[in-house]
Design a protein around this ligand. Structure first.
Ligand code: AMP
Length: 132
C-alpha cells in the first residue's frame, strides 16, 4: 500500500508544498514542532533512510540543503536543525526544523500550534525563498 507521503506526491492528499523536482518533494509537517518545520521526501518509496542508494541519499541531502537555505532566508532562525527518525511514516524523510532560540526543544515529541492560515502563509514565504 502506498505511504501517505506517496499519496501526497501523487496529489491524492493535499500538502503545504515548499519545493519539488523530479526526484524529491518538500512540504510542511502537519504537526510542526516549530514554525516552518518541513519534511524533505525522496519520491522513490523506500522506508529506511540508510537503505537509499548512495546517489539518492546524496541528492536528498543536497535538496535538503537548498530547502534549509530557503528556511533560513525566509524565517531567519539561528539555524535549521535536522532530525531523521522515520518511526511513524515508512517512507524515508528528513525533518528540517528552524531553531529560533538556543533554549528551543528540538524534539519530535514537541508540538506547536500553527493555524491553517499561518501554515499557508509560511508555505508561501518559504517556497518563494527556496531555489531548487
Ligand atoms: P517520523 O516518521 O517519526 O519521522 O515522523 C513522520 C512525520 O510526518 C511526523 O512529524 C508527522 O507529523 C508527519 N506527517 C504525517 N502525515 C503527514 C501529512 N499528511 N502531511 C504532512 N506531514 C505529515
Amino acid at each position: 500500500m502506498a505511504t501517505i507521503f506517496t499519496k501526497i506526491i501523487n496529489g491524492e492528499i493535499p500538502c503545504h508544498k515548499i519545493a519539488e523536482n523530479d526526484s524529491h518533494i518538500a512540504f510542511l509537517d502537519i504537526n510542526p514542532i516549530a514554525e516552518g518545520h518541513t519534511l524533505v521526501v525522496p519520491k522513490k518509496e523506500i522506508d529506511y533512510v540508510f537503505d537509499l542508494p548512495d546517489e539518492l541519499l546524496g541528492e536528498t541531502m543536497l535538496f535538503s540543503k537548498k530547502v534549509a537555505a530557503g528556511l533560513d532566508k525566509a524565517l531567519n532562525p539561528i539555524r535549521t536543525g535536522v532530525i531523521v527518525e522515520g518511526l511513524e511514516v515508512p517512507h524515508a524523510h528528513i525533518h528540517l526544523v528552524p531553531i529560533y532560540k538556543e533554549s528551543q526543544e528540538v524534539s519530535l515529541k514537541r508540538k506547536v500550534d500553527v493555524s491553517e492560515d499561518r501554515m499557508s502563509e509560511l508555505a508561501t514565504l518559504i517556497s518563494k525563498a527556496v531555489e531548487i
